[in-house]
Design a protein around this ligand. Sequence first.
Ligand code: PBE
Length: 302
Amino acid sequence: MWKSLRKNVGIVSFLSVSLLMSGCGSDSEQASSGGETNVSEEVEHTIVGIEPGAGATVATEEAVETYDSLNGWEHETASTAAMLTSLGDAIKAEEPVVVVGWSPHYMFAKWDLKYLEDPEGAYGGSEQITTLARTGFKEEYPGAYQILEKIGWDISTLEELMLKAQETPIEEVAQTWVDENQDKVDEWIAEAPEGEGKSMELVMTPWDSERLTGNMTKRVLEQKGYEVTLTPVDPAIVFEALAQGDADATLAAWLPKTHGSFYEEHKDNLVKVNEAITGAKIGLAVPEYMDIESIEDLEPAE
Ligand code: PBE
């Protein structure tokens, strides 16, 4: 069961980029010219989304249902890589584009973007990236549990590291951060009991923010004598694996909104350990040069 679930994520993550690319490169007009232009028509009433299994994908479907301004809009899903390609291409051409965005992510460091206001709260508000463990983990792994209670980062540190990970493998970025922040790591691990070679499994989702925190956490726990396996799976599987006791802990749960439905489903078999990152966010994002501020400024398809 656990093995077959792991395989599925590969299929989802590596969905063809061509799905999205076929919708691009159309002869849309310059967004900045005139002021009479209807950006909703220019983007062909299309939101460029990400992986079908993402929490932000479900929230976007809800947004399309909720807002009259998104009536008749299409929400294209494929992959984060394809979304970033569409976003980058649009910005190069100064064309309008509406994407599913989130923080922390390097997109906000690389480009001038803004979130569209979301008066209906379809995307929630501020999110905490929460560390969860399976029930029983605390008793069996007291040292690792104590360390996980302390581990956390601020958004700006993560965004900087994610930008770095554009050029350097994420494992290397994680190792360098641990090497350069040994004081902090010592604070986290000092009082915890030793792991004495005990194995444990961390599950994470396949996005950069979680690959980064997962890899840093693995290295921190290993300093205390734990053997840590790190497994990337879809959000739904993160929650299922923990609830069934197939995995021990995760630093990848975005709450209360993004993964809220998964959490509600499994919360009786999960333990909230810590809010490792506060002030995360998901929403619809557009380039700064676009002359709209709110999801309600978009216009329904005829
Ligand atoms: N994300 C990044 C994920 C979680 C991390 C916001 C794209 C999601 O499930 O939507």
